[in-house]
Write a protein that binds this ligand. Structure first.
Ligand code: CMP
Length: 140
């Protein structure tokens, strides 16, 4: 399997509870390498652009409000099959359905406040990474 990059966000519910290290330990424990990382306060335009695909969903406003409610940690993760591997490590979007041993099972509060985001394809990973990182910030 090819070495690839995926994009990750440690969301406000997790940063507020001081869980950045806990999430990172699970990421690294799964064999993924954190090759870029920064803690930022997302702006409303940034959050709206990032989640534009969900614009017509009833939860869009709530989602954007949540993502700008506290700092987030944006990351680039590297590894063999990183996109699929990180989705496995995150667990189901709804923590009530997340498997034991996953980040969302361990930490998520609800379907909205679900601690982490991960890209759903290698193509989207490239698009999402480019929204937050320039090439020279990614050091593998
Ligand atoms: P994420 O992987 O960041 O991508 C879209 C997000 O929308 C998702 O995680 C959830 O946090 C959020 N989401 C999905 N469904 C709902 C819902 N029913 N109510 C609130 N937020 C939701």
């Amino acid at each position: 399997m090819a070495v690839e990059h995926t994009f990750s966000i440690i969301k406000p519910d997790a940063t507020e509870r001081n869980l950045t290290g806990g999430v990172n330990a699970m990421i690294e424990g799964a064999g993924l390498r954190i090759v870029a990382q920064k803690r930022i306060q997302m702006t409303r335009p940034q959050a709206e652009a990032f989640y534009a695909v969900h614009k017509t969903r009833p939860f869009f406003g709530e989602l954007v409000d949540f993502m700008i409610s506290a700092p987030v940690v944006v990351q680039v993760l590297e590894g063999e099959g990183a996109v699929a591997k990180y989705r496995e490590v995150m667990g189901a979007t709804n923590p009530a359905e997340a498997a034991e041993g996953t980040i969302r099972k361990a930490f998520a509060k609800s379907i909205g406040e679900n601690s982490v985001h991960g890209s759903d394809s290698a193509e989207n990973a490239q698009i999402e990474i480019a929204q937050f990182f320039s090439g020279n910030e990614i050091v593998g």
